[in-house]
Ligand binder design. Structure first.
Ligand SMILES: Nc1nc2c(ncn2[C@@H]2O[C@H](COP(=O)(O)OP(=O)(O)OP(=O)(O)O)[C@@H](O)[C@H]2O)c(=O)[nH]1
Ligand SMILES: [Mg+2]
Length: 431
């Protein structure tokens, strides 16, 4: 019989994964991050055809795992028809090149795989610009031989983005593109700043959802507001921040912001390029750290989230730990321990909405205890009011204007509400 129609073949990339553990490191931990690399590959759209976890005495400077291991794995990967090899660590540009020579296949590292997922998931203009910047900065030191590698090893995951022709152009053009991207991102940043100032002006407390990728941040935003943002069982579903108004039980408003998730060893080029997005976290009054309590790595994911906040230099903010997915969490003892170790904390399920009332109460309580930025103008004859403000708040700046004194100060909400009854105190908007 003649076949009139044959469905188009979808070519799936086949990845062979390589993890390593050095003598002073935990092999178990290496297994878990290798599992995560498998999820990253799946999110990127590749099939994992095999993996190998090596115990290494040391890193080989030239080709990372040593020529013997590399040659053995090359045979193994070839037998499995792998189209690419992914290392669970970051490779230097030279190691990357040398490994491609041995494997005769495309070689990716953890960072380039994450970059690829970001490139696939970026939708907004700002998101796309930030990803392109990160890709070019990753690419720049690897430029030599890349064009050759591309034609020899094919495109696809890890080679996506700026486009082949652009990649083959000289370093100078890439450097120029990097600076023009930085300029464009900066101008979008200005718009974001204006929006943020407006929120500060209105005195609405801002809460930022932070946490490991796939913890349930977007699900929680949807459960608490009418946001309707994308929720997926994939890593890095959210790249662009979404801000939504949240109505608290006491009748007050807050702004809830969903943003990009964290991961162990988040590539530095990404952190730098996503500065504008991550700024949202920096300006939040309160952080809500969402944790997947059903993960067998929740403890480690909490640690990685705190470390990322430290890298971003966002510490000393009031933080509520939200242990999510209690509907799926197996071990109540572990849940209890996580709650004790990360106080203040609440346990919820964003999916079944279990624990939501308690969460809202905790948020309200935390806002009540948090000092918010206020800008007041006080007439000169009310020095008493100024001293009172200075004694109860943290003064940030003071300006003596023609008609009055302008003071920027962080105050407890309770105190600011009490003081704002005074007719001589006028609240001023920033900007
Ligand atoms: N069982 C269960 N699943 C949940 C819960 N909350 C979220 N999920 C699921 O977890 C997966 C990830 O949820 P998201 O809300 O996209 O997670 P996220 O933290 O926004 O992830 P990124 O944007 O990728 O960083 C989805 O499949 C959700 O349906 C929960 O309380 N219980
Ligand atoms: Mg999300």
């Amino acid at each position: 019989m003649v076949k009139y129609y044959e469905p188009a073949k979808v070519v799936t990339e086949k990845f062979f994964l390589v993890g390593i553990t050095l003598p002073n490191k935990s092999f178990d931990m290496g297994e878990k991050t290798l599992e995560e690399l498998e999820r990253l590959s799946d999110t990127a759209g590749a099939e994992v055809v095999g993996k190998e976890h090596l115990r290494l005495r040391e890193i080989h400077a030239g080709n990372f795992i040593g020529t013997g291991h590399a040659e053995n794995l090359a045979l193994l990967a070839e037998g499995l028809n792998a189209t690419g090899i992914v290392f669970d660590e970051d490779l230097s540009p030279a190691q990357n090149r040398n490994l491609e020579d041995i494997f005769q296949k495309k070689v990716l590292d953890r960072s380039s795989l994450i970059l690829d997922i970001f490139a696939q998931h970026a939708h907004s203009k700002e998101g796309k610009l930030q990803v392109e910047l990160a890709q070019l900065e990753y690419l720049l030191p690897r430029l030599r031989g890349w064009g050759k590698a591309l034609s020899r090893l094919g495109g696809g995951i890890g080679t996506r983005g700026p486009g082949e022709t652009k990649l083959e152009t000289d370093r100078r053009r890439i450097v120029n593109r990097i600076s023009s991207l930085k300029r464009e991102i900066k101008s979008l940043e200005k718009h974001r700043n204006t929006q943020r100032r407006k929120r500060i002006k209105e005195g609405i407390p801002t809460l930022s959802l932070v946490g490991y990728t796939n913890a349930g941040k977007s699900t929680l935003l949807n459960a608490l507001t009418d946001a309707n943002v994308l929720v997926e069982d994939k890593l890095f579903s959210t790249l662009d921040p979404t801000a939504k108004k949240l109505l608290l039980p006491g009748g007050k408003d807050a702004i809830l912001i969903d943003t990009v998730g964290f991961i162990r060893k988040l590539p530095h080029t990404l952190i730098a390029s996503f500065r504008a997005t991550l700024e949202e976290i920096r300006y939040a009054d309160i952080l809500l750290l969402v944790v997947d309590a059903s993960s067998n790595m929740s403890e480690d994911e909490i640690k990685a989230s705190h470390e990322t906040l430290e890298i971003l230099d966002i510490t000393h903010k009031p933080l509520l730990t939200i242990l999510n997915k209690t509907d799926k969490a197996q071990d109540i003892q572990i849940l209890k321990r996580l709650m004790d170790e990360n106080k203040p904390s609440v346990a919820i399920s964003a999916k079944t909405r279990d624990g939501m009332d308690h969460l809202l109460q905790e948020i309200e309580h935390l806002i009540g205890e948090t000092r918010l930025l206020r800008i007041y103008r006080i007439p000169y004859h009310r020095y008493d009011l100024l001293s009172k403000l200075q004694s109860i708040g943290n003064e940030i700046g003071i300006q003596y204007l023609d008609q009055n004194i302008e003071v920027r100060i962080r105050l407890d909400i309770k105190d600011s509400e009490k003081l704002e009854h005074d007719p001589d105190l006028t609240e001023k908007s920033e900007g």
